[in-house]
Design a protein around this ligand. Structure first.
Ligand code: MRU
Length: 346
């Protein structure tokens, strides 16, 4: 799966496979403006840190395209649109990473006319899009060696093709092992409340013919106690300088259980997911999403009216629970602060 994010030259628009309605319906959502892009990011038409970054890169182009070169204020208006875009979701650092790359290219050539900036940004967005697939394949190659023939690998949320430009990070490691000829199977935790595991991970692995079973999030302890899980591989939304890794809510619990049962727990993420400005995971902002995702399944309310809920979308796994962080530059192991500074910071 590599075509869930497409730039349509004919429509001069970004087309996104609408992840809100998978696996039941496969429909493309059209993004023509910055407002559309922010809506798509916030409602999770597109989600997953690297996919958010790729979308935001195209979003910068769409922002520039919205403006009129005859408007004396176009530069100020563009900066405001970039700011709105990078605020769309708080946790995945790839969003700010992508906008910052575009902003720096503009600052480096600030006399560029608006039409030339538009052309430059469209090319840059396409490059970020294509490179992300190559990065994930490199993550897959490095991570594949961590998986043994016959393993059952548990993953949480969706860190697959749908969460990236294609191939995936955590699922990239699984695909890499599969491509080495290892007979492996996958347990996809369902990942309440948005059900990225049940709906998206299961969808893309099944579509590609990889053996996958869905388990309720609360089955994790039993599955590990019964020896049914040999490895855990998850993605990340932001990794601090000390290796603490933010990922989908529930990941920390899976890591604690993995530690208890002696199951190696790996994180797979590109260099763009590291935020070396954050000394530890305690500084990573955690998105607090709409209660409706918890109170309702579709149109049906499952909680009593008037009862409040928690809907934190991410948690942070401390680096001492992580056996290794698989990146396109190789597998980073403890001591994390030194090794991250050397491999990512250098
Ligand atoms: O809220 P989401 O669906 O955007 O959260 C996604 C995750 O937590 C993924 O595991 C993470 O972004 C890594 S994607 C390669």
């Amino acid at each position: 799966m590599t075509d869930h994010i497409q730039f349509s030259v004919g429509d001069d628009a970004l087309l996104l496979l609408d992840q809100r309605i998978l696996p039941g319906r496969e429909e493309m959502f059209t993004v023509k403006t910055t407002k559309d892009c922010i809506y798509a990011l916030q409602t999770m038409v597109v989600r997953g840190a690297p996919a958010i970054g790729v979308t935001a890169a195209y979003g910068c182009y769409l922002a520039a395209r919205e403006l009129d070169p005859a408007d004396a204020q176009w530069k100020a208006r563009l900066e405001k649109l970039l700011h709105d875009l990078e605020e769309a979701r708080p946790t995945a650092v790839n969003l700010r990473w992508a906008v910052e790359i575009m902003r720096r290219a503009w600052q480096a050539d600030s006399d560029l006319s608006l039409p030339r900036l538009q052309a430059k940004w469209l090319e840059m967005a396409k490059d970020i899009h294509v490179q992300d697939i190559e990065i994930n394949k490199a993550i897959g190659r490095h991570g594949a060696d961590l998986i043994d023939d016959g393993d059952t690998v548990m993953t949480h949320c969706n860190a697959g093709a749908l969460a990236t430009a294609g191939y995936g990070t955590a699922l990239g490691v699984i695909r890499g092992a599969f491509e080495q000829g290892k007979k492996i199977s996958v347990i996809a935790n369902e990942t309440r409340p948005f059900l990225q595991g049940a709906r998206l991970t299961a969808y893309e692995l099944a579509k590609d013919g990889l053996p996958v079973k869905v388990a309720c999030d609360n089955a994790c302890a039993l599955l590990m106690q019964r020896g049914m899980v040999q490895k855990v591989v998850v993605g990340a939304d932001r990794i601090a300088a000390n290796g603490d890794a933010a990922n989908k809510i529930g990941t920390f619990g899976v890591a604690l259980l993995a530690k208890h049962f002696g199951v190696p727990f790996y994180v797979a993420a590109p260099a763009s997911t590291f935020d070396l400005n954050m000394a530890s995971g305690a500084q990573i902002p955690i998105e607090d999403r709409t209660p409706r995702e918890v109170t309702h399944i579709g149109e049906h309310q499952i909680t009593p009216k008037g009862v409040g809920v928690y809907n934190f979308a991410f948690d942070v796994t401390p680096s001492e629970l992580i056996a290794g962080i698989v990146t396109e530059r190789g597998v980073i192991r403890a001591p994390y602060r030194e090794n991250i500074a050397r491999i990512i910071g250098g």
